[in-house]
Structures are given as structure tokens and as C-alpha cells.
Ligand binder design. Structure first.
Ligand SMILES: [Zn+2]
Ligand SMILES: [Zn+2]
Length: 104
């Protein structure tokens, strides 16, 4: 099933992205979660090498802009000038850490 987004909000003050999915699910993704899930090659490599997440610095976790990319992705840039992450809807849903998606 193709994931669809009913509503997409960037809550700038809370530094988080809120997504209402067409299946009724709601996802809230704070800046540090987005940054730790950044799909660009640079961040992927860092994660594979188990380096400390870059979100140690506050600006790295601060969302600077959100731009739609085509119909199924958004580009998210961070305040430390890290702008290479293209987040597909699928990825945004994967990053969801609500109790339903990540049962304790
Ligand atoms: Zn990245
Ligand atoms: Zn969820």
C-alpha cells in the first residue's frame, strides 16, 4: 500500500514534524530523531561506524527548512547547514517511534 499523507505540519517552535497519515496514524518526529534518521550517505556511514550521533550539537537537531520533493518525499535541512537528507514518506513512517510502531 502506498503511504499517503493527509496532513503535514512543521511545528517550528517545537522543532518537530507532525504527520497525519491516510490510514489514521499520527507521527510526531522531533528534530533529533529526524537527524539521527537522516538518509544521506554521510549520516548512513556514520551510523554504520557507530560514531556518536551528530545531534550532540543543538544546531544539528534544529530543523531549518522543509521542502516537498515530488509527491512522496520531503527534503529536510538542519541549522548546521546539513541539507542532504531526502526523507521519503516511507522513511518518515519508519522513524515513527510511537507506542504502536515501537511496542515496549
Ligand atoms: Zn545526513
Ligand atoms: Zn507510529
Amino acid at each position: 500500500m502506498q503511504l499517503e499523507i493527509e496532513e503535514f505540519r512543521w511545528a517550528q517552535e517545537q522543532n518537530q514534524i507532525e504527520v497525519d497519515w491516510s490510514d489514521g496514524h499520527k507521527t510526531v518526529l522531533p528534530g533529533h530523531v529526524l537527524r539521527n534518521g537522516c538518509p544521506c550517505a554521510h549520516c548512513g556511514l556514520k551510523r554504520r561506524e557507530q560514531e556518536a550521533p551528530e545531534t550532540a550539537s543543538a544546531s544539528a537537531a534544529q530543523v531549518d527548512f522543509v521542502d516537498p520533493v515530488g509527491l512522496y518525499a520531503v527534503s529536510i535541512g538542519f541549522k548546521d547547514m546539513h541539507v542532504s537528507g531526502i526523507y521519503t514518506y516511507e522513511l518518515l513512517r519508519e522513524l515513527c517511534y510511537c507506542p504502536v510502531c515501537l511496542p515496549v
